[in-house]
Design a protein. Sequence first.
Length: 243
Amino acid sequence: MERREYEKLAAAEEGTWWFGGLHAVLIDALAGATLAPLSTVLDAGCGTGGLLARLKQTLPRAHLVGLDLDVVAAVLARAKSGCPVCIGSIDRLPLGEGTLDAVLSADVLCHRGVDAAAGLTEIRRCLRPGGILVLNLPAYAWLWSAHDAAVDNERRFGRAELEQLLADAGFAAVRVFYWNSFLFPLMVLRRKVWRHAGSDVGLLPAPVERLFALIMALESRLRRAGLALPFGGSILALAVKPS
């Protein structure tokens, strides 16, 4: 990803409706799948550390580790979260076999130069038997836009494709679902009708940020109650390494 996109990410990720919603859905999925306390958790592709900082609040007793390929992003993530961050690729994780209880990865396997199959194989290797993977990716190949080009996305995923990738890597898929559903029509208009150059990363006017955050919170409540709409701008997978 270009350096200016990392700078925009570092400045915006703590205050935007999007990152608030993304971090919430990842943490909710992890919490819903966890029965025993988690000891070691990896944020694979941690960017500038926003998710690591949220995880530190949620899992204060866990050993949290970040990984990112970009040195500047890793330095920012270390400063923001206070967690150790290593430099490396999700395709070749610099960690031992069976050393992790859980891995979270947000919008990484979609990046140019990343081998999604190899990344999932490496994550499975590093998870202990019964370990959890929470994986988020952008949805629908037809929705690819200038935003994806700006943030270095090469591909977007459908449900069947993601389930097959997980199965091929040896995971048992517990749940795969679309989310960011309520705002999805606006996303389609933004990406395919009101087209613009560059990414969508950045703060919107404060009233819009508050409104979108409320919409995301409502969607989260309904999802916890069992409602999952069959479409959305992102797709999340909760998978387990079989024992």
